[in-house]
Design a protein around this ligand. Structure first.
Ligand SMILES: Cc1cc2nc3c(=O)[nH]c(=O)nc-3n(C[C@H](O)[C@H](O)[C@H](O)COP(=O)(O)O)c2cc1C
Length: 202
């Protein structure tokens, strides 16, 4: 797949099959690809917590929806954002029905405030693994979406899932399901030539 995989792996929300379970074996195979990602000093700070229990997913979905609504409050979306917004709302409404919710966590917790280099190293050592995971899923016909809306309730979700809050930071939650048929295409993006500078900023 190669380039096509890289350019057509989108945030899948409405195309998630809420009726078909996702096998642990498939998730583990994709997580094995996730952990091939780079991390600062090869620290491999990641931990993955996969939630498939229905009642737990419903409780997580309640926190997610509260975080999602708070993110929207006071924002007026641009017309070109309305489609994404409807899709995001669909996910928020159905999150508890998604077969697997994968919490990507990083060992440690940053001091507040953290310096830009520490922030870069902390988050930069985990997001490549998230993206590797999403690409590996997609190659197997599984869809996902990188989400952070629940993080406003990180502590509450940590308590619910038994995650030691002071020692482990949740960085993303990736809902995973089999992918329903649909259109695969590149995302709406400004061309690289418009956002690339050479030798000097201006
Ligand atoms: C750091 C980060 C946080 C995100 N959080 C959410 C989220 O909480 N909920 C959601 O539905 N999508 C979330 N997204 C997905 C973006 O909305 C999406 O990547 C963007 O609109 C581009 O769409 P595409 O991925 O389909 O090309 C997040 C993406 C990133 C990179």
């Amino acid at each position: 797949m190669g380039i096509e995989l890289l350019t057509t792996t989108r945030s899948f929300r409405r195309r998630l099959d809420l009726t078909r379970p996702v096998e642990r074996r498939d998730l583990l195979e994709c997580l094995d690809i996730a952990v091939q990602a780079p991390s600062g000093s090869n620290r491999q700070p990641w931990r993955f917590l996969v939630v498939q229990d229905d009642e737990t997913k419903q409780r997580i979905a309640e926190f997610y929806r509260k975080g999602f609504e708070a993110n929207l409050a006071g924002r007026t979306p641009r017309p070109d954002q309305l489609g994404d917004l409807a899709s995001s709302r669909y996910l928020a409404e159905h999150l508890g029905e998604v077969p697997a919710l994968v919490f990507v966590c990083s060992l440690g917790r940053l001091p507040e405030p953290a310096s830009p280099p520490r922030l870069a190293s902390f988050y930069g050592s985990i997001y490549p693994a998230v993206w590797n995971f999403m690409l590996a899923l997609r190659e197997r016909g599984l869809g996902s979406c990188l989400t952070t809306a629940h993080l406003a309730y990180e502590r509450e979700v940590a308590d619910l899932l038994g995650i030691p809050f002071d020692e482990v930071t949740q960085v993303a939650m990736v809902p995973v399901a089999h992918l329903l048929p649909g259109h695969d295409g590149p995302g709406r993006r400004a061309p690289a030539a418009e956002v690339t500078l050479w030798d000097r900023w201006a």
